[in-house]
Design a protein around this ligand. Structure first.
Ligand SMILES: *[C@@H]1O[C@H](CO)[C@@H](O)[C@H](O)[C@H]1NC(C)=O
Ligand SMILES: *[C@@H]1O[C@H](CO)[C@@H](O)[C@H](O)[C@H]1NC(C)=O
Length: 218
């Protein structure tokens, strides 16, 4: 009887917490990273999956650990929009990449300003359905540094940020799988005049991928 009730409660716990990423998104993450947006002296603590006004999102949010049982080490945050439909081409944008976040007085703060990062670009969704913005927190490996072949992703331009390949990035950097996540939606208030069915997917090819291919085929 004792055993049965333990099983029941752990199933319930999983059911209640599996919401830090959208249901269709891979990897699925079960722990929240705390996200606080600030605008005009007010604050909004994010509830995963909520539609929020764009005016909250102009500045990069403050992040905090919901689980403070282990506060050592460094963390890396990545924010993406995997829901971009440009005339029928589905693609992902990198909105933010910041390594070397360390726990300090309850929040995550940048501990190494010399490490390359991709500055936060706030959501400006195209006309049409709401976009998903997903924040992924990684436990950063020791002696971490961004491979040079990925530095082309960092400038805040469409050319650099569109076509972001999360799987490849996680693999090449060694960041692995996220330890916590959170997400929100922003919608363009102007309805779309035309809707485009998805016909293809745009994924960027990184210089490191090309190097790996060349090595394998030689
Ligand atoms: C954002 O815009 C909405 C609607 O225009 C307004 O109600 C809200 O107060 C604004 N919030 C901030 C933080 O400026
Ligand atoms: C800061 O980041 C740079 C670039 O990734 C790295 O070479 C350096 O070792 C880091 N410094 C510390 C104190 O971790």
């Amino acid at each position: 009887m004792q055993f049965l009730s333990i099983l029941t409660s752990s199933f319930l716990a999983i059911g209640l917490t599996a919401a830090s990423t959208p249901s269709s998104f891979t990897p699925s993450v079960e722990a929240d990273v705390g996200v606080i947006f600030s605008a005009d002296g007010s604050q909004l603590t994010l509830t995963a999956g909520t539609l929020i006004s764009q005016n909250w999102t102009t500045d990069a949010p403050t992040l905090y650990l919901e689980d403070t049982t282990s506060t050592d080490g460094q963390y890396t945050i990545i924010m993406i929009d995997p829901t971009i439909n440009e005339d029928g081409v589905l693609t992902t944008a990198l909105h933010w990449y910041q390594p070397y976040l360390a726990y300090s007085s309850g929040v995550l703060e940048i501990s190494n300003t010399s490490a390359p990062s991709a500055e936060y670009v706030y959501p400006t969704p195209l006309e049409g359905p709401a976009h998903d913005y997903i924040l992924l927190l990684y436990s950063q490996p020791e002696d971490y540094s961004l491979p040079v072949c990925l530095e082309s992703l960092l400038p805040a331009t469409d050319a650099a940020r569109l076509g972001f390949d999360l799987d490849e990035f996680e693999e090449v950097t060694g960041l692995g799988t996220p330890v916590a996540a959170n997400w929100f939606q922003v919608v363009n208030p102007t309805p779309a005049s035309t809707t485009y069915a998805i016909t293809s997917t745009l994924v960027a090819t990184y210089a490191c991928e090309a190097t790996a291919t060349a090595t394998a085929s030689s």
